[in-house]
Design a protein around this ligand. Structure first.
Ligand code: COA
Length: 439
């Protein structure tokens, strides 16, 4: 059968795609901008026909009815590898639960726990050879194409065609639903003065010829702006970002000194602006590879001078990082924070860096009132998940400087971390450390 004929036979409507869902099914969808938006925005419409459907997802960008409207709580249950703002709200209403994970094992462990009945993904149109691209993410998506009982992909011509583990043949897909929406973009904030100082502090740690990973959040993106004068940088990262496009265009990234996949920028997913999506479109220098491989600390460590740069919500005086929850309140996820930090330490001359503002202005209640707290704390807030062990942090960076923790004792850590805390909190931190007998 010709490719055109095969595509025609597999093409169905959103309604037909939804009719495949049965009571008790486990659905998986793509990560962030690779989420099957048009199908999921209609999922609630089959609520009268199904119950106990589980939807596994990661950093979803749209706030679909099926998980935000409590009316559907007996029909659909979302379980998520990484929280986004919409999920945080739904969590409060008990409509969502978090799946603890290191991102590189998210897909395989989930499959070991629960078979996947349907994968709703996204893809570029099928090419003349019968191939399509999963486009923005191969974090676990390729794995789901290989393992789900039914694979249904939303074909959207606006998606960039990427290379790597995103390539799938039409024969491996059961059905296609045509869609034509704009790809969701991540707003990029202008770096603040604090971001610039942190970026400069980090730039001093990043040697020419390093391969870098930049994590999710405001600071890592701002850091890229301070690396523009570097030479021979390479990219091996979980998330491909706008900052990396700027580094490539400025000539700071050329991937020539990479010891693993030289000449190529390697990522598991991409999320950013249209500029980023245009950059990765049909770009043979970018490889979107399976998260199982990209984020495996053993693989990351094969890059010499690998530098991981991530951020956290709270770090204690011994170096433990609570990067995904505020107390028991789930905020985001571990993602690849530990994967990349451990990977960087496996790397010859590698460095794992955690960057954070020294303080946060946090809400005191439901209103607009805020108070300033130190993000460097004597003890993590009770119930907080330790996303990154203190054993895996080489450097902590704030706008007040750099604390090198590699090889240090707890006493030295208290001293160094206190020195990069906001001056208003330093005395209090030292007093508390004495009380806790750690200094
Ligand atoms: N206590 C209470 N609230 C805090 C806080 C603390 N210690 N630190 C920050 N906050 C609040 C901020 O005030 C802000 O609240 P607001 O939205 O009401 O203003 C909110 O938490 C987010 O803080 P911000 O610093 O803007 O977060 P971010 O968007 O830059 O993301 C992380 C930072 C740590 C949440 C994010 O990087 C993350 O999820 N990391 C874990 C995963 C990871 O690193 N993966 C790496 C590979 S991609």
């Amino acid at each position: 059968m010709s490719i055109k004929q095969s595509y025609k036979e597999k093409r169905i409507t959103t309604e037909e795609a939804l009719s495949k869902v049965e009571t008790g099914d486990h659905i998986v969808t793509g990560l962030a901008a690779a989420e099957a938006q048009s199908i999921l925005s209609e999922l609630h419409t089959i609520a009268d026909d199904v119950e106990d459907v589980i939807v596994s997802t990661c950093l979803p960008l749209s706030n679909n009815e099926y998980f935000t409207n409590p009316e559907y709580k007996d029909n659909f249950r979302m379980e998520a590898w990484f929280y986004s703002p919409g999920i945080r709200k739904a969590h409060k209403d008990k409509l969502v639960s978090f799946i603890p994970n290191h991102l590189h094992l998210a897909g395989t462990k989930r499959l070991a726990h629960r078979d996947v009945d349907i994968f709703f993904g996204t893809a570029t149109p099928v090419d003349k050879h019968g191939y399509l691209s999963l486009s923005l993410s191969a974090t676990y998506e390729k794995l789901m194409v290989q393992n789900a009982d039914i694979v249904i992909l939303e074909v959207n011509p606006n998606l960039p065609r990427t290379f790597g583990d995103t390539t799938v043949h039409i024969d491996d897909v059961d059905f296609f639903v045509e869609a034509d929406y704009d790809i969701p973009e991540l707003p990029i904030a202008e770096p603040s003065e604090k971001d610039r100082i942190i970026g400069k502090n980090i730039a001093e740690l990043v040697e020419d010829g390093s391969t870098i990973q930049l994590g999710i959040g405001g600071i890592p993106n701002a850091v890229a702006a301070e690396l523009l004068d570097k030479k021979d940088l390479g990219i091996h990262t979980e998330m491909f970002t706008d900052g990396m496009v700027d580094l490539y265009n400025a000539g700071a990234v050329n991937n020539k000194k990479k010891t693993l996949m030289p000449e190529k920028m390697v990522a598991t997913f991409a999320l950013g602006s249209k500029k980023l999506y245009d950059f990765i479109d049909d770009n043979p220098a970018v490889r979107i590879m399976d998260g199982n491989w990209v984020n495996d600390p053993h693989v990351i460590g094969q890059n010499h001078k690998m530098v991981s740069i991530n951020t956290t919500l709270e770090v204690d005086l011994t170096g433990q990082c609570a990067s995904e929850s505020i107390g028991t309140k789930q905020f985001s996820g571990t993602g690849g924070q530990a994967d990349t930090a451990i990977g960087a330490q496996n790397s010859p001359e590698g460095k794992s860096i955690i960057a954070l503002y020294s303080t946060a202005d946090v809400r005191t209640g439901e209103g607009d009132e805020r108070k300033t707290i130190s993000k460097i704390v004597p003890m993590l807030t009770q119930g907080a998940a330790v996303s990154l062990s203190r054993n895996d942090v080489d450097y902590v960076v704030t706008e007040y400087g750099v604390a090198e923790l590699r090889g240090t004792s707890i006493r030295e850590r208290v001293e160094r971390l206190t020195n990069i805390a906001h001056p208003d909190f330093r005395e209090e931190l030292k007093e508390k450390a004495k009380e806790l007998m750690i200094w």
